[in-house]
Every structure is written in structure tokens, then in C-alpha cells.
Ligand binder design. Structure first.
Ligand SMILES: [Zn+2]
Length: 86
């Protein structure tokens, strides 16, 4: 059953975002707000397909967590990287 979104308690909000689907949905919204573009063609419109995001233009799909804080395990400091001096 659908409930009006207004007046959610913290507990209800937490429950809404406790499922993986809700988490992915929130991630996708975060991506859209950050204007994450398609890594292939640069298009900024995408759709959710399971755990992946698809580009509406070239149909390329990539992990929904790519480029977000949740993909932190993939990020690493490059050797020699440091404060930019120029
Ligand atoms: Zn694309």
C-alpha cells in the first residue's frame, strides 16, 4: 500500500532506505544530482537496470556505484600525486 510521503518519522525513513533497492535508487538520484555523465558518450540521462545504470543514448551500462563514494575501494592515490604546484 502506498502512503503519503509527508510526515515520515525517522524510523520510517530508515526503513525506506534500508533495502538495497532503495539504496540504489538513492544512489542513482545522487548521480543525477551530480550530473554524472555516461562514461562512454557523456550523455547525462540514464536509467536504472538492476544494479547497473544504463545510458539512454548509447545504452552503455555501468555499475551504479561507479564514481560514487561507495566505490571508494577502487580509488587509490597515484604515486607521485600531491598538491598541485603550478
Ligand atoms: Zn552513453
Amino acid at each position: 500500500m502506498l502512503k503519503v510521503m509527508k510526515g515520515l518519522t525517522d524510523v520510517e525513513f530508515e526503513r525506506l532506505y534500508s533495502t538495497e533497492e532503495a539504496c540504489i535508487e538513492a544512489l542513482l538520484m545522487a548521480r543525477r544530482e551530480a550530473l554524472m555523465a555516461c562514461p562512454s558518450c557523456g550523455h547525462d540521462r540514464n536509467y536504472l537496470c538492476g544494479r547497473r545504470v544504463g545510458c539512454t543514448r548509447c545504452n552503455r551500462r555501468w555499475s551504479v556505484t561507479a564514481g560514487t563514494v561507495m566505490s571508494g575501494q577502487n580509488s587509490h592515490l597515484r604515486p607521485g600525486s600531491g598538491p598541485c604546484i603550478s
